[in-house]
Design a protein around this ligand. Structure first.
Ligand SMILES: Cc1cc2nc3c(=O)[nH]c(=O)nc-3n(C[C@H](O)[C@H](O)[C@H](O)COP(=O)(O)OP(=O)(O)OC[C@H]3O[C@@H](n4cnc5c(N)ncnc54)[C@H](O)[C@@H]3O)c2cc1C
Length: 325
């Protein structure tokens, strides 16, 4: 199926790009693994203008509603590769391939893998990357947090409210992270720090049932747990774009002030890019810039006059008729 614009990623950057693109009459497809991205990991966003407090899920749902209003189509799949065939882009997913005249990359950041044996096998079967989403599944069970710093401490503090015991291995002989969180965690009887140890293997049958820890001297201990929460921070998983767009050392897509990448017709926005201050509002703002630039790229290609801003007005009554969530 051929589109004017394909947006990869269905969170604040991608959904905003889709609102702008479809509202300007571009046939727009969003291909995404989920709606909300990293926003799904927080129940309380307090700094998005217009809302004193809103969950990431509710905020992203509102964005999607608005994109649907203007005719954006959605496919829930994982993009695995992108090709340029003389200016016509093919976006490959696990299931299908789609074509477009311009692309907006808004696929953000993804949790960093732990890299231990067993991690891949037990993903979704005891290995989790979202303590808030999956923690309640392990009520009154023993769990482990694999990671370091504030990400790991935040997860441990939350999990301690649902799990019976939370093990937190630390590579060194001290806890890494901010002092307040360390003190809070130390004060809880069901959080146990295990020093000079790291995860060497995740074991189980159908689901996780233990983790093997290796200490500095190479000795191993097997700890029975029902889940491992990996908290290693987030990375831009952009390997599929190697040699397609320029990136920095962290794998972030380099963009200019118009959201343009090094590849003509390919624009990017949000956490997947090298913009500073990774925040929902910034991703949204960048999403609009990338979409307007993509629209102008298509207009120029088709011999039309480029537009300066998004001024189109659609009467309200007509919009509601189109709403089809
Ligand atoms: C715990 C936590 C709390 C936060 N709190 C706040 C806050 O209070 N305020 C704030 O402003 N920001 C907050 N942030 C940051 C904010 O969530 C991010 O800056 C924002 O979500 C980035 O949006 P994005 O659209 O650029 O990318 P992401 O949110 O990373 O979304 C990427 C999207 O792309 C999709 N995707 C990824 N890879 C593929 C692929 N290969 N194929 C198809 N789809 C793909 C994902 O499924 C997702 O929909 C928080 C982040 C976290 C982790």
């Amino acid at each position: 199926m051929k589109y004017d614009v394909i947006v990869i990623g269905g969170a604040f950057a991608g959904l905003t790009a889709a609102i702008y693109s479809s509202r300007q009459g571009m046939k727009t497809l969003v291909i995404t693994k989920d709606i909300g991205g990293q926003g799904l990991l927080t129940n309380d966003i307090q700094n998005f203008p217009g809302f004193t407090s809103i969950s990431g899920f509710d905020l992203a749902s509102k964005f999607q509603e608005q994109a649907l209003l203007y005719g954006t189509e959605f496919v829930y799949d994982e993009v695995t590769g992108v090709e340029d065939n003389n200016g016509l882009f093919t976006v490959k997913t696990r299931e299908e391939a789609y074509e477009a005249d311009a692309l907006v990359l808004g696929f953000g950041k993804t949790p960093r893998d732990l890299g231990s044996p067993g991690e891949e096998k037990y993903k979704g079967r005891g290995v989790s990357y979202c303590s808030i989403c999956d923690g309640p599944l392990y009520r009154n069970k023993d769990v482990m947090v694999a990671g370091a710093g504030d990400h790991a401490l935040q997860a441990a503090l939350y999990l301690a409210t649902v799990a019976s015991k939370v093990y937190v291995p630390q590579r060194g002989n001290r806890i890494s992270g901010s002092e307040d969180m360390i003190n809070d965690a130390k004060a809880l009887p069901n959080i146990e720090f295990i020093y000079e140890s790291e995860v060497s293997e995740i074991k189980g049958d159908k689901t996780v049932n233990s983790v093997v820890l290796k200490n500095k001297s190479g000795n191993t201990t097997e700890i029975p747990v029902r889940a491992v929460f990996v908290e290693m921070g987030y990375v831009a998983k952009t390997a599929m774009l190697k040699d397609f767009v320029n990136m920095n050392n962290e794998g972030e897509v380099l963009i200019d002030m118009n959201g343009a990448t090094s590849h003509p017709g390919v624009f990017a926005a949000g956490d997947v890019t090298n913009i500073p201050y990774k925040q929902a509002i910034i991703s949204a703002g960048q999403g609009s810039v990338a979409a307007l630039s993509a629209i102008n790229y298509i207009h120029r290609k088709r011999g039309k006059v480029a537009m300066k801003s998004d001024w189109k007005y659609i009467p309200t009554g007509k919009k509601e008729e189109k709403l089809k969530i």
